[in-house]
Design a protein around this ligand. Structure first.
Ligand code: PLP
Length: 445
């Protein structure tokens, strides 16, 4: 048999393995240094007690023949789909029903799997920088074309984000088939306003494109002018699929549960121009290749919609958001150019004059013992930036910012610093194959 050669076209993802390697090397060289991880992309606060209680009860259900649950519905249990439709949509004035909702084992699977329902020839548009899954999953499915010398793919349209557009993608210059949008955005922390999202919905409808709207971080939005759902925009039900996750909302990164909304009016066409409801295709795809998220986890997710669950979600999100706000303010004061950090756990930052993300990463590591994620790992347009997150504890976040504020740089010091560190960086890159496994061991994937 022949393999899917798209896998060999994909370059290795060096971002997290290189960060892990550099942190390991730093720790070995400075065993007494207290490193503060501001690159954490996972949640750190535990699951709410009411969720734990609901899951304990669900475990007990499995032990008795009256309440045992075997295979569940592929689309998810009605009790959870109804809770989502009522709380996340109806009570916010949006007409999405339980029939529109498909429970998943998290957003990442659906972001990748949705490629099964649109044509292999579809032209994909993604923001640069962006969550790497959009491009990599498209390449695996054969929609990437050729890998170009600059690391981009020939058949993917990159919507470049930069300071001039506030790190939010502009509309594509020509028609595309599928557009991945993410708000609040990982990695930049930026969010679409209602007006901006209206332009996207209008564009998608006029050009018959599908928007895949990744709102994994919607729970971080508290500003009433920022939409939490794309369906707050008129016409979005005719052009958009929305993907959500309980991972960052409620600490489900290890439990695995999310959902995808495919409204009944959403259609695509075959080559003859005949229209088909996408929900029918997605339903067929899920019934064939997915057997549903576990009953126990779905009972846990249901508990998030009780008054105690809502209170617990808010308490944790408020802590992460306050951390992000603090980071944003501290970095601004320290002279960084900053995006995000409001309605989002992510802060995107750059030191004026430094165009190399890795050099900025090294600077914070060596001078402040603070780790970050180099923005270049999220796309070419991320060069010069780093991503910091609000997922560490408030105490550590404050300590890290204090240390960064105390770094004093004289003119030209960044350049001097970079030259000193080039040799070390090359040494680490040489050993990358061996070091790939470190990411796994440290649980950083
Ligand atoms: N979408 C974005 C933008 C993310 O940052 C992440 C996780 O980091 C996901 C989706 C995946 O979430 P899940 O844990 O639900 O698979």
């Amino acid at each position: 048999m022949y393999i899917n050669e798209n896998f060999i076209k994909l370059p290795k993802s060096y971002l997290f393995s290189t960060v892990a390697a550099k942190l390991k090397e730093y720790r070995e060289a400075h065993p007494d240094a207290e490193l503060i991880r501001m690159d954490i992309g996972d949640v750190t606060l535990p699951i709410a007690p009411c969720v734990i209680e609901a899951m304990h009860k669900a475990v007990d259900d499995m032990g008795s023949s009256e309440t045992f649950h075997g295979y569940g519905p592929e689309q998810g249990y009605l009790f959870l789909r109804e809770a989502i439709a009522r709380n996340d949509y109806y009570e916010r004035g949006i007409n999405i029903t339980a029939d529109d909702i498909f429970i998943s084992d998290g957003a990442k699977s659906d972001l990748g799997n949705l490629g099964d329902i649109y044509s292999r020839k579809s032209i994909i548009a993604i923001a640069d920088p962006g969550y790497p899954v959009y491009a990599d999953a498209s390449v695996i499915d054969g929609r990437g074309g050729d890998l170009l010398p600059d690391g981009r793919w020939s058949r993917i349209m990159y919507l470049e984000c930069k300071p001039e557009n506030g790190f939010k993608p502009d509309l594509p210059i020509h028609a595309v088939d599928v557009i991945f949008l993410c708000s609040p955005c990982n990695p930049t922390g930026t969010v679409f306003t209602r007006g901006e999202l209206m332009k996207w919905v209008d564009f998608a409808r006029r050009s018959h494109a599908l928007i895949i709207y990744d709102s994994a971080y919607e729970a971080f939005v508290s500003d009433p002018d920022i939409p939490r759902s794309i369906y707050e925009i008129d016409g979005a039900k005719e052009c958009a699929i929305e993907i959500r996750s309980f991972s960052k909302t409620a600490g489900f990164t290890g439990l695995r549960c999310g959902y995808t909304v495919v409204p009944s009016k959403l259609t695509g066409t075959d080559r003859e121009g005949k229209e088909y409801p996408l929900r029918q295709l997605w339903n067929r795809r899920q019934s064939t290749k997915f057997n549903g998220a576990s009953y126990i986890v779905q009972r846990g997710a249901e508990a998030l919609y009780t008054p105690e669950g809502k209170e617990a979600v808010k308490r944790n999100i408020d802590i992460y958001k306050e951390n992000a706000r603090y980071i944003r303010e501290a970095l601004e004061k320290a002279g960084f150019e900053v995006f995000g950090g409001e309605n989002s756990p992510y802060v995107w930052a750059k030191l004026p004059g430094e165009e190399d993300s890795w050099k900025l990463f090294e600077l914070l590591l060596n001078e402040a013992q603070v780790s970050s994620t180099p923005g270049i790992g999220f796309g070419n347009a991320g060069a010069g930036y780093i991503r910091l997150t609000g997922f560490n504890s408030p105490e550590n976040t404050r300590k890290a910012m204090e240390r960064i504020s105390n770094i004093s740089l004289s003119d030209g010091e960044i350049g001097e610093f970079s030259r000193k560190n080039d040799v070390k960086a090359i040494k680490i890159l040489d050993g990358l194959d061996v070091l790939d496994s470190i990411t796994d061991k440290l649980g950083l994937k």
